[in-house]
Design a protein around this ligand. Structure first.
Ligand code: HEC
Length: 150
Protein backbone atom coordinates (compact mmCIF):
# COMPACT_ATOMS: atom_id res chain seq x y z
CA UNK A 1 0.00 0.00 0.00
CA UNK A 2 2.74 2.41 0.92
CA UNK A 3 4.59 1.69 -2.29
CA UNK A 4 1.45 2.27 -4.34
CA UNK A 5 0.86 5.60 -2.64
CA UNK A 6 4.45 6.62 -3.25
CA UNK A 7 4.18 5.82 -6.94
CA UNK A 8 1.10 8.00 -7.11
CA UNK A 9 3.09 10.83 -5.54
CA UNK A 10 1.34 10.96 -2.22
CA UNK A 11 1.68 13.94 0.04
CA UNK A 12 2.95 13.63 3.58
CA UNK A 13 -0.61 13.54 4.90
CA UNK A 14 -1.52 10.51 2.83
CA UNK A 15 1.53 8.45 3.75
CA UNK A 16 2.15 5.95 6.54
CA UNK A 17 1.58 6.35 10.25
CA UNK A 18 4.74 8.40 10.66
CA UNK A 19 3.39 10.95 8.20
CA UNK A 20 6.38 10.40 5.93
CA UNK A 21 6.47 8.87 2.48
CA UNK A 22 8.37 5.60 2.18
CA UNK A 23 11.50 7.14 0.63
CA UNK A 24 11.78 9.79 3.33
CA UNK A 25 11.11 7.26 6.07
CA UNK A 26 13.93 5.06 4.70
CA UNK A 27 16.36 7.98 4.82
CA UNK A 28 15.27 8.87 8.37
CA UNK A 29 15.74 5.24 9.43
CA UNK A 30 19.24 5.21 7.88
CA UNK A 31 20.05 8.47 9.67
CA UNK A 32 18.77 7.27 13.03
CA UNK A 33 20.99 4.20 12.80
CA UNK A 34 24.01 6.27 11.76
CA UNK A 35 23.43 8.77 14.57
CA UNK A 36 23.34 6.19 17.36
CA UNK A 37 26.97 6.86 18.31
CA UNK A 38 27.26 10.45 17.06
CA UNK A 39 28.58 11.75 20.36
CA UNK A 40 31.78 9.81 19.67
CA UNK A 41 32.31 11.40 16.23
CA UNK A 42 34.98 13.98 15.41
CA UNK A 43 34.60 17.60 16.28
CA UNK A 44 36.36 20.40 14.44
CA UNK A 45 38.98 22.64 16.06
CA UNK A 46 36.80 25.57 14.97
CA UNK A 47 33.86 24.20 16.98
CA UNK A 48 35.27 21.95 19.66
CA UNK A 49 32.89 21.02 22.46
CA UNK A 50 29.99 23.28 23.39
CA UNK A 51 30.26 26.71 21.80
CA UNK A 52 28.06 29.82 21.97
CA UNK A 53 25.74 29.67 18.97
CA UNK A 54 25.70 32.45 16.42
CA UNK A 55 22.11 31.92 15.41
CA UNK A 56 18.61 30.53 15.90
CA UNK A 57 19.74 27.08 16.93
CA UNK A 58 19.99 27.89 20.62
CA UNK A 59 22.26 29.58 23.09
CA UNK A 60 24.92 26.87 22.91
CA UNK A 61 25.68 24.25 20.26
CA UNK A 62 27.86 21.20 19.86
CA UNK A 63 28.62 19.80 16.39
CA UNK A 64 29.90 16.40 15.24
CA UNK A 65 31.14 15.15 11.84
CA UNK A 66 31.05 11.54 10.66
CA UNK A 67 34.13 10.05 8.98
CA UNK A 68 33.07 11.00 5.44
CA UNK A 69 32.52 14.61 6.47
CA UNK A 70 35.56 14.92 8.72
CA UNK A 71 38.01 13.39 6.25
CA UNK A 72 36.79 15.84 3.59
CA UNK A 73 37.40 18.69 6.02
CA UNK A 74 40.85 17.36 6.90
CA UNK A 75 41.85 16.95 3.25
CA UNK A 76 41.33 20.72 2.73
CA UNK A 77 40.91 20.06 -0.99
CA UNK A 78 37.81 22.19 -1.58
CA UNK A 79 34.71 21.05 -3.41
CA UNK A 80 31.51 19.75 -1.87
CA UNK A 81 30.91 17.16 0.83
CA UNK A 82 30.63 13.61 -0.60
CA UNK A 83 27.57 11.38 -0.42
CA UNK A 84 27.36 9.81 3.02
CA UNK A 85 28.64 12.90 4.84
CA UNK A 86 26.70 13.65 8.02
CA UNK A 87 27.01 16.74 10.18
CA UNK A 88 24.90 16.78 13.31
CA UNK A 89 24.34 19.36 15.99
CA UNK A 90 22.73 19.54 19.40
CA UNK A 91 21.63 22.86 20.82
CA UNK A 92 21.41 23.48 24.56
CA UNK A 93 20.03 26.15 26.81
CA UNK A 94 23.13 26.17 29.01
CA UNK A 95 26.89 26.08 28.57
CA UNK A 96 27.18 22.82 30.50
CA UNK A 97 25.09 21.00 27.89
CA UNK A 98 21.95 20.78 29.97
CA UNK A 99 18.55 21.69 28.56
CA UNK A 100 18.60 20.09 25.11
CA UNK A 101 16.69 22.41 22.77
CA UNK A 102 16.90 20.58 19.45
CA UNK A 103 18.95 18.14 17.40
CA UNK A 104 19.55 19.06 13.75
CA UNK A 105 21.33 17.13 11.02
CA UNK A 106 22.52 17.46 7.43
CA UNK A 107 23.00 14.23 5.47
CA UNK A 108 24.51 14.24 1.95
CA UNK A 109 22.58 11.86 -0.25
CA UNK A 110 22.59 11.64 -4.06
CA UNK A 111 24.49 14.91 -4.25
CA UNK A 112 22.03 16.90 -2.14
CA UNK A 113 21.60 17.73 1.54
CA UNK A 114 18.80 16.02 3.41
CA UNK A 115 17.81 18.24 6.35
CA UNK A 116 16.44 16.78 9.57
CA UNK A 117 15.59 18.10 12.98
CA UNK A 118 14.21 16.60 16.16
CA UNK A 119 12.65 18.10 19.26
CA UNK A 120 14.25 17.43 22.68
CA UNK A 121 11.74 14.58 23.06
CA UNK A 122 12.97 13.03 19.81
CA UNK A 123 9.98 14.01 17.67
CA UNK A 124 10.89 14.55 14.04
CA UNK A 125 10.20 18.15 13.06
CA UNK A 126 11.91 18.41 9.67
CA UNK A 127 12.95 15.66 7.25
CA UNK A 128 13.38 16.78 3.67
CA UNK A 129 15.72 17.60 0.80
CA UNK A 130 13.54 20.63 0.29
CA UNK A 131 13.68 22.53 3.58
CA UNK A 132 13.90 26.25 2.73
CA UNK A 133 13.79 27.18 6.41
CA UNK A 134 17.15 25.44 6.81
CA UNK A 135 18.80 25.78 3.41
CA UNK A 136 18.08 29.49 2.97
CA UNK A 137 20.05 30.37 6.04
CA UNK A 138 22.83 27.88 5.30
CA UNK A 139 23.33 29.14 1.72
CA UNK A 140 26.19 31.34 2.89
CA UNK A 141 28.41 28.42 3.91
CA UNK A 142 30.77 26.27 1.82
CA UNK A 143 28.42 23.57 0.48
CA UNK A 144 25.96 24.94 3.08
CA UNK A 145 28.21 24.15 6.07
CA UNK A 146 28.41 27.18 8.34
CA UNK A 147 31.19 26.38 10.81
CA UNK A 148 33.97 25.08 8.55
CA UNK A 149 35.76 25.61 5.27
CA UNK A 150 37.94 23.03 3.59
C1 HEC B 1 18.86 31.73 10.96
C2 HEC B 1 19.85 30.91 10.26
C3 HEC B 1 19.78 29.39 10.35
C4 HEC B 1 18.69 28.56 10.19
C5 HEC B 1 17.24 28.94 9.92
C6 HEC B 1 19.20 27.20 10.31
N1 HEC B 1 20.54 27.21 10.55
FE1 HEC B 1 21.70 25.56 10.94
N2 HEC B 1 23.29 26.80 11.36
C7 HEC B 1 23.29 28.17 11.28
C8 HEC B 1 24.57 28.68 11.77
C9 HEC B 1 25.01 30.16 11.84
C10 HEC B 1 25.32 27.55 12.19
C11 HEC B 1 26.69 27.54 12.85
C12 HEC B 1 26.61 27.01 14.27
C13 HEC B 1 25.92 27.93 15.25
O1 HEC B 1 26.11 29.17 15.18
O2 HEC B 1 25.18 27.42 16.10
C14 HEC B 1 24.49 26.38 11.88
C15 HEC B 1 24.90 25.07 12.06
C16 HEC B 1 24.18 23.96 11.68
C17 HEC B 1 24.69 22.62 11.64
C18 HEC B 1 26.13 22.22 11.88
C19 HEC B 1 26.89 22.23 10.53
C20 HEC B 1 27.10 23.62 9.95
O3 HEC B 1 26.41 23.96 8.96
O4 HEC B 1 27.91 24.36 10.47
C21 HEC B 1 23.67 21.80 11.28
C22 HEC B 1 23.72 20.30 11.11
C23 HEC B 1 22.51 22.64 11.06
N3 HEC B 1 22.84 23.95 11.30
C24 HEC B 1 21.29 22.16 10.63
C25 HEC B 1 20.17 22.98 10.39
C26 HEC B 1 18.85 22.48 10.05
C27 HEC B 1 18.49 21.00 9.84
C28 HEC B 1 18.01 23.57 9.95
C29 HEC B 1 16.54 23.60 9.66
C30 HEC B 1 15.69 22.80 10.53
C31 HEC B 1 18.84 24.76 10.20
N4 HEC B 1 20.13 24.35 10.46
C32 HEC B 1 18.38 26.07 10.19
C33 HEC B 1 22.25 28.96 10.81
C34 HEC B 1 20.95 28.52 10.59
Amino acid sequence: MLIALTVLGCTKDEAGDSGLDAETQAIVDELNTALEDHESWSQAPEWDGIQPSETVHGEWTEIWFNDAAYSTYEAQAGGDMPDGAIVTKQAYGAEDGSGLLNHTTMFKKDGAWFWASWSPEGDLQEASFDAPSCSGCHAGGQDSIMVLTW
